[in-house]
Design a protein around this ligand. Structure first.
Ligand code: M6R
Length: 610
């Protein structure tokens, strides 16, 4: 999604803005631009495509500037091109805006601005903001008031930054529904949509909330509500280091993040797993534990990979904690007038903590009186701050657009919550200890699976030209089938579908022939015999089969074309192991096809528009 960075201080802002934009590349974008004041006038340089192209353009000029803003655009209104890229000017070419989010009433505003004589050069919704602010400046207002008045007419979401030649010492930034953070330095200050853009310069940050606006000068910042009440904001110190957001010698962030999983899942359970008590301790749930363990129903709401984790959570909560559980796409939850009771508990799962659909669903649940809990990876993110209580996944920064280690950490947290609730609701000590013991072994078991990397790479080379794939699993591994298919389509652009294996005969079996590979997730669990029958059905129709199977299973080798053998664990934890080969398979297929694994086309790391 779009990214924002801004700087005011003594240094030349151009390299700071360019490096900040490079740090935001992982979010997904299709054009980039910067705007700044230099030698008494306002400059804008934009480029379609990568930030490196923007950088090349800048190389032919020598600019020195101490205040500027930069943007990466992920197209919503209007194609990706230079004209639609941000910053956008007002009509006098002396005011610039960059905007994340969507202005829902932009057509109405555009029409009235056109009636006032304004003309538009881009197809974007964002450009209206520049002219709207300009219309208030023309009435004699100062910049801050003009921005406030303009925003009072805007419907939709924004993370916004504005600079104005006539008030050249400050950036004005505002937030509604799109993340915005201030970075506080010595004699310099920053704004960004994401701390990674400014982490090289400061770890002192202020999180802006919806309805807040800030004037950022080089030596101070003044925060207000959009209704002009001055407010004091807390400065937070973030512990993230630059190393954590670097590739660390790997060819792709996605590979690094797959390989990191023994550590990331360890971090997710560190200090939380009580082996001797067969239990879990989750400080973030302490204050709501009574209400949570007595709830009548759990709803899990999320999007994409986090939604798949939620499906595994549903199986865990029902089977072990005996609490009826439903899983719902956040985007559907909000708009279908859900019936919510005060004794419902709703978990919102999000890696980024900024997904607009999930955030909106959480706000909806809160207004309906439910216990709204977050499971997030990014500390201080909007969903984490909006939740009544919750648990961080502690997977560490995930930069690759295709989510990998965040998923396994979400599963660990869901397993810990299951253990906590189940033990509170009557699970015996021995059973709790058995699950805890299995969970503690997961990191070393993942390490063992990662040793199969070259075997999986070879299988990938055999299937890289396939046009379609089916992923089939049952029980706890049905959501893994969905996740395996999603990974493949996201980064390799191969059409892939995940199904519960038994559903195959109700329709998808019509697709099976020698050109339709099927990936079966078939560990030795209670559904094993049934899944073997499903494998036979595919084999009988000449389908090529890759099976993820238990290392103790020697029979399956005769039935399928390729097997990837994984260690055994208890069924509820199996997804933590079965998903690893599927992540590697998708990764290697995409690399072999020469695709941009970390920034796949059309995708954004955090989807901050609905
Ligand atoms: O940050 P979130 O977990 O809320 O993101 C949800 C989805 O957008 C995300 O999982 C998406 O599906 C990923 N690209 C999956 O790899």
């Amino acid at each position: 999604m779009c990214g924002i960075v801004g700087y005011v201080g003594e240094k030349n802002c151009i390299p700071i803005l360019i490096n900040g934009l490079k740090r935001l590349e992982y979010r997904g974008y299709d054009s980039a631009g910067i705007g700044f004041f230099s030698l008494g006038s306002t400059h804008v340089i934009k480029s379609k495509g990568k930030v490196s192209l923007l950088e090349e353009k800048l190389n032919s000029h020598v600019y020195e500037s101490h205040l500027g803003i930069g943007h990466t655009r992920w197209a919503t209104h209007g194609v990706p091109n230079e004209v639609n890229a941000h910053p956008h000017f007002n009509s006098n070419n002396n005011l610039l805006i960059i905007h994340n989010g969507i202005i829902e009433n932009y057509q109405t505003l555009k029409t009235s601005l056109k009636n006032m004589g304004y003309s538009f050069i881009s197809e974007t919704d964002s450009e209206v903001i520049a002219h709207l602010i300009d219309s208030f400046l023309k009435k004699g207002n100062e910049l801050l008031k003009s921005v406030r008045l303009a925003l009072s007419e805007v419907e939709g979401t924004y993370g916004l930054a504005v600079i104005y030649e006539k008030e050249p010492d400050k950036i004005i930034a505002a937030r509604k529904g799109s993340p915005l953070v201030l970075g506080i330095g010595e004699g310099e200050n920053f704004i960004a949509s994401d701390v990674s853009a400014i982490l090289a310069h400061t770890n002192q940050v202020v999180y802006m909330e919806d309805g807040e606006i800030v004037e950022v000068f080089k030596d101070k910042f003044i925060t207000r509500t959009i209704h002009d009440e001055e407010i004091q904001k807390e400065v937070h110190e973030i512990s993230l280091s630059l190393d954590e957001i670097d590739k660390g010698g790997y060819s792709h962030f996605m590979l690094k993040e797959i390989i990191e999983q023994p550590d990331s899942v360890t971090n997710s359970m560190r200090g939380r797993l009580l082996l001797d008590d067969g239990n879990a301790k989750l400080g973030g749930l302490d204050n709501v534990l009574e209400r949570l363990s007595n709830c009548k129903r759990i709803i899990i709401s999320a999007c994409g990979t986090s939604w798949h984790a939620g499906l595994v959570g549903e199986y865990m909560f029902e089977q072990y904690a005996h609490i009826p559980t439903e899983v719902e796409y956040a985007s559907e939850f909000r708009y279908r007038s859900p019936i919510i009771y005060p004794d419902d508990a709703i978990f919102f799962i999000s890696q980024s903590g900024e997904t607009a659909d999930t955030l909106a669903a959480m706000k909806e649940a809160k207004t309906k009186g439910a216990l709204a809990l977050g499971i997030c990876n990014v500390v201080g993110s909007s969903i984490a701050r909006e939740s009544m209580s919750g648990v961080y996944t502690h997977a560490g920064p995930e930069i690759g657009v295709a989510s990998t280690k965040a998923f396994t950490s979400q599963l660990v947290v869901l397993a810990l919550i299951t253990l906590l609730l189940a033990r509170k609701r009557g699970m015996k000590l021995d059973e709790g200890k058995c699950i805890a013991e299995h969970l503690s072994k997961i990191p070393e078991q993942i390490t063992k699976i990662l040793e199969l990397n070259s075997q999986i790479e070879f299988i990938a080379s055999e299937f890289q030209d396939a046009k379609n794939f089916l992923y089939l699993g049952r029980g706890f591994n049905f959501p893994v089938a969905l996740e395996g298919a999603l990974k493949l389509k996201e980064i390799s652009y191969i059409h892939a579908e995940g199904y519960p294996a038994a559903e195959m005969k109700h329709g998808p079996i019509a697709l099976i022939d020698e050109n339709m590979p099927a990936v079966f997730i078939a560990p030795k669990d209670s559904t094993y015999d049934k899944i073997i029958s499903n494998i036979q059905e595919v084999k009988a129709r000449k389908g090529r089969i890759i099976a993820i199977a238990s290392e103790s299973d020697s029979e399956i080798d005769h039935l399928v074309d390729y097997t990837i053998k994984i260690p055994d664990t208890t069924s509820m934890l199996m997804p933590l192991l079965t998903v690893i080969p599927l992540q590697l398979l998708a990764y290697h297929i995409a690399v072999k096809k020469g695709l941009n694994v970390d920034q796949p086309r059309n995708l954004a790391k955090s989807v901050t528009v609905e």
